[in-house]
Design a protein around this ligand. Structure first.
Ligand SMILES: NC(=O)c1ccc[n+]([C@@H]2O[C@H](COP(=O)([O-])OP(=O)(O)OC[C@H]3O[C@@H](n4cnc5c(N)ncnc54)[C@H](O)[C@@H]3O)[C@@H](O)[C@H]2O)c1
Length: 399
């Protein structure tokens, strides 16, 4: 069996999730497309990197990401750093001929994403952006139902991504609140996941009408160490630094198909933890998903007999997407880890077969163009057309 040697950059939250995925992928999907070899991991200093290598099962460690990109052993560069480093690392990895998995958001802007997209396209390598939520089996099942026409023509999409880890004004000034590092706030961090799902299920977004708000203008500056997240890390005594990204994003969507939609994203919604939801209404039925109940898909079909029509729950299992690799009966429960394991499987399949991965940097770039349009719309207070790769408006069936 082939091997794919992985060089992972960034040993934080996503470094943990991706390492778990490489270790577990062949345990779930067998025969695996190729065996992952956790070859080298990099972080900001040699102590952190060496500790991560021991913890996450990598053969070697490095205190400079360039050593990963330049390493002749490495087949796949996995970018799990904060957003401001994605472009520089990806462009260097593409030039070195490595396959690339890059965490979302692909970049801090459409312009930055364009350079990444062009670099991987010209290098001819396999590239994927880590919008892993579309790989939740229930989300893939929603896509299957829609593609089969089970809910007819899609009329509307209503998506949310609500969390509460930054609702406390004394939770720390993570890099996720700094525009120079993150690019944007709730929009890029979590809104992009829902925009990815909207494109996946409904198609291209042609125009947006958005609001962006910042309700907590400053937060305590964290002292050293790994990036602290949430109120558990609360500090009332530290000096405060400015938040220069959005806390809240709310947008209407016009799809190229004529469907309409909305997306709301915030990390300040007390009581909502990972409330990634969507509701899709079609001419023949409806589908509802909530990641907090991720094994379930609610469906209602117009063809159901009138006296028993209503939402029913399908629990995902072996009969559903990815079911052959996961657990043997429905509703045993999948978690965040499984979405990353499936992602690793699909990426390895593409690398071994020499086929394009999805979602790829082109998809990541398109999501950044939507994010740019959301920013422009919020500033202008008006509808803004989303542009395509060649800076033309996305064709719309709506006049
Ligand atoms: N797909 C998802 O569901 C999901 C979830 C969370 C985060 N993310 C994305 O993953 C990326 C990383 O986020 P995270 O939550 O893991 O962040 P994190 O802060 O937990 O970890 C980032 C790691 O990168 C390291 N790092 C920083 N600069 C580096 C450098 N120059 N060289 C090497 N390592 C460096 C940090 O020391 C840290 O260990 C971000 O782009 C984020 O948006 C995706």
């Amino acid at each position: 069996m082939d091997t794919v040697k992985v060089g992972l950059i960034g040993a934080g939250f996503m470094g943990k999730a991706h390492s778990l995925a490489y270790a577990a992928m062949p345990m779930f999907f067998w025969p695996a497309p190729a065996m992952p070899v956790r070859s080298i991991i990099a972080d900001v200093n040699s102590e952190l990197a060496a500790e991560a290598a021991m913890r996450y099962g990598f053969e070697r460690s490095a205190d400079d990401w360039r050593r990963v990109v330049d390493d002749p052993e490495v087949d796949l560069v996995d970018i799990a750093t904060p957003n401001h480093l994605h472009a520089e690392i990806a462009v260097a990895a593409a030039a070195a001929g490595k396959h690339i998995l890059c965490e979302k958001p692909l970049a801090r802007s459409g312009e930055e994403a364009r350079g990444m997209y062009e670099a991987v396209r010209d290098a001819g390598i396999v590239h994927m952006v880590a919008f892993n939520y579309r790989r939740t089996p229930a989300v893939a099942l929603a896509k299957k139902y829609i593609d089969e026409g089970a809910i007819g023509r899609v009329l509307s999409f209503r998506g949310t991504y609500l969390q509460d880890w930054s609702a406390d004004p004394d939770s720390p000034l993570s890099w996720r609140f700094q525009k120079a590092i993150a690019g944007s706030g709730a929009l890029g961090d979590i809104g992009t996941h829902v925009l990815d799902i909207a494109r996946y299920l409904v198609g291209e977004v042609s125009a947006v009408n958005a609001m962006l708000s910042t309700f907590i203008p400053d937060r305590p500056i964290a002292a050293g160490g790994l990036d602290p997240l949430g109120a558990a890390q609360k500090r009332t005594d530290a000096p405060r630094g400015r938040v220069d990204v959005d806390d809240e994003m709310l947008t209407m969507l016009q799809f190229a198909t004529g469907a309409v939609g909305s997306v709301e994203a915030t990390r300040n919604a007390y009581g909502r933890n990972n409330f990634l939801t969507f509701e899709v209404h079609g001419s023949e039925g409806s589908i509802v998903f909530n990641y907090e109940r991720r094994d379930e898909l609610q469906v209602c079909f117009a063809s159901d007999q009138a006296d028993r029509r209503g939402f029913r729950t399908v629990y995902t299992g072996p009969a559903h997407p990815y079911g052959d690799g996961l657990w043997p009966i429905p509703a045993l429960g999948i978690g965040y880890g499984e979405t990353k394991i499936i992602e690793a499987h699909d990426l390895f399949r593409a690398i071994v077969d020499g086929t394009p991965a999805t979602p790829d940097f082109g998809d990541g770039y398109r999501v950044e163009l939507i994010a740019d349009a959301i920013g422009a719309s919020a500033t202008a207070g008006a509808w803004v057309n989303v542009v395509t790769f060649d800076q033309q408006p996305v064709p719309s069936s709506v006049s």
